[in-house]
Write a protein that binds this ligand. Sequence first.
Ligand code: VGL
Ligand code: ZN
Length: 209
Amino acid sequence: MKCLLLIDIQNGFCSGGNLAVPDGEAVVPVANRLMAEGGYDLIVASQDWHPADHGSFASQHPGRKPFETGTLGGRPQMLWPDHCVEETADADFHPALDTARIDFVQRKGMDSDVDSYSAFRDNDQLALTGLADYLSAKHVTRLDICGLATDYCVRFSALDAKAMLPAVNVRVIEDACRGIDPAGVEAAYDAMAAVGIGLVTSATVLAEQ
Ligand code: VGL
Ligand code: ZN
């Protein structure tokens, strides 16, 4: 079973969103083409889905500003602008994303007391979302990952996929990802390569058909 995992292709991470990733919406047509022509048996999308008082928001830390480092649950935490608040337009998938092709949506980040970059588990690695069990039950053997943001949720989702599903061939589709910080993107790709996550382009994936 070949699965495509789309990470957080939401309004909040695209132009006009509360935590806009530079050029974030550029991943939408690539993701749509991959869903339509990539030969996937299963398509899963993650959705950052925070309560309005989420502890990763700078607004919850008096005197602190977005993009400063604070603490959450005793761990260093990048403080973000309020983003992807549940049931708001910021948390919706980008309107041009072909959501009719998505088989399963994995929400994450609902616990105010811990952030969850990965679609598989919280940043403290305690609570699991259940996505690893879901993919195992579907007998997924190849997992291709793309979306937003390369240096946060794509990075930690890919690393967790590799760690939690050791039998699965995990790849990241680079031209279907965009990141927040160029140095962070480079570090993310280095960390992925170091554990054997394949880096491919959508052209390579489409040519496999
Ligand atoms: C993300 C920061 C905070 C992401 C989510 O989707 O990469 N980044 N929440
Ligand atoms: Zn978030």
